[in-house]
Design a protein around this ligand. Structure first.
Ligand SMILES: Cc1cc2nc3c(=O)[nH]c(=O)nc-3n(C[C@H](O)[C@H](O)[C@H](O)COP(=O)(O)O)c2cc1C
Length: 337
């Protein structure tokens, strides 16, 4: 099973723009496995991307968000009042966000089943055993993203083929099922050790990998592959917003922080004004808070202001390089070392 991974490098799914079919193709051409990101997309857009990759005959994966428990409307409303000065600043109205948006979970699983997507990964929770067995029955291999031993045991019990072990150093949203207790302080070697002691499954390490030495160390520690996201954000083929590219290259950001300020779920991004101002007051409440802040983020993007944008990035963001994804993959794999 593991032998069928194209190689020890995985280009992470990155919802919100960075993941494109071009990035997944480039990953495949470099001997890495690339993932499409179904998150936030309408099912027909996901089906189109899956169709394109399927016809290409290349190895690829699809990542799907698990639905989360509905947010507490009172806490979301309280946060809306906290954000009113931002709405005024950017000249936008804050919506009454939907509390029970499930990101079209069932439709996206259905697309994966019908297309027999070779690799299907999940984040934000552990899918039911029934979902896992339906996918496996269709010929998909199922990966579940976990952040610790408890989630790993649940994923193993649900029938996952492999686990993506996501450390606190990772860019973007944490997969944690315990957002209240999450502090984002773990490194990839630490998370890998914790999960390896709990389950027998093959493990893919993710979080804070910026160099070939990082990748080598995780493989030496027993990971069957390393999943890198931030390292590919500046790739030519990535759909990363210009404001994020500029911010990452600017040298203005000294570090990253874990925050729920943008979406109501812990995520790591470049530490900007919005994170500083609102992290302490933001509730748990994904995806309601994501919808609540969307107009602010959209206006900030239009105005070219990175200070109210969710600039997701992992702790190794300063190692990210521009250029073709294949060159970035070669650099991470240690080609030429
Ligand atoms: C911009 C961005 C978007 C992300 N979106 C997703 C996603 O849609 N699904 C997912 O499972 N992981 C997502 N992640 C997390 C990655 O899968 C992975 O855990 C992380 O990128 C690894 O850490 P690194 O960024 O330090 O390499 C995202 C990460 C980033 C940076």
């Amino acid at each position: 099973m593991v032998a069928q991974l194209p190689g020890p490098l995985i280009v992470a799914p990155m919802a919100g723009g960075p993941s494109t079919t071009a990035l997944v193709r480039a990953a495949a051409s470099a001997g890495a496995l690339g993932f499409l990101a179904a998150g936030y997309k309408a099912p027909d857009a996901v089906a189109r991307e899956v169709g394109e990759l399927r016809r290409s005959g290349l190895a690829y994966g699809l990542n799907i968000f698990l639905p989360t428990a509905p947010a507490d409307p009172e806490r979301v409303e309280a946060y809306r009042r906290v954000l009113l000065p931002e709405a005024e600043r950017y000249g936008v109205e804050l919506p009454d966000p939907p509390l029970d948006d499930d990101d079209h979970f069932a439709a996206k699983v259905g697309i994966a089943v019908r297309a027999a997507v070779p690799w299907v990964s999940f984040t934000f929770g552990v899918p039911d055993a029934g979902v896992v067995s339906e996918l496996r029955g269709a010929g998909c291999r199922v990966l579940v993203t976990v952040t610790g031993a408890g989630e790993a045991r649940r994923a193993a019990a649900a029938g996952a083929d492999l686990l993506v072990v996501q450390a606190g150093s990772a860019g973007g949203h944490s997969a944690t099922t315990d957002p209240d207790g999450y502090d984002g302080s773990s490194t990839a070697p630490e998370s890998l050790r914790e999960v390896a002691s709990a389950v027998e499954l093959p493990l893919i390490a993710a979080g804070g990998t910026g160099t070939a030495a990082d990748v080598r160390a995780l493989l030496a520690a027993g990971a069957v592959a390393v999943q890198a996201g931030t390292a590919f954000l500046l790739a030519d083929e990535a759909g990363t917003r210009p404001a994020q590219r500029e911010a990452m290259l600017s040298g203005r950001y000294a570090g990253t922080a874990v925050t729920r300020a943008f979406t109501g779920r812990p995520a790591r991004g470049l530490r900007n004004r919005f994170i500083e101002a609102y992290s302490a007051r933001a509730p748990i409440g994904y995806p309601a808070v994501h919808h609540l802040t969307a107009p602010i983020r959209a206006a900030a993007a239009r105005q070219g202001d990175p200070e109210a944008l969710n600039l997701w990035a992992g702790t190794a963001f300063a190692e990210a390089r521009t250029g073709p994804a294949a060159a970035i993959a070669a650099r991470l794999s240690g080609a030429g070392d």
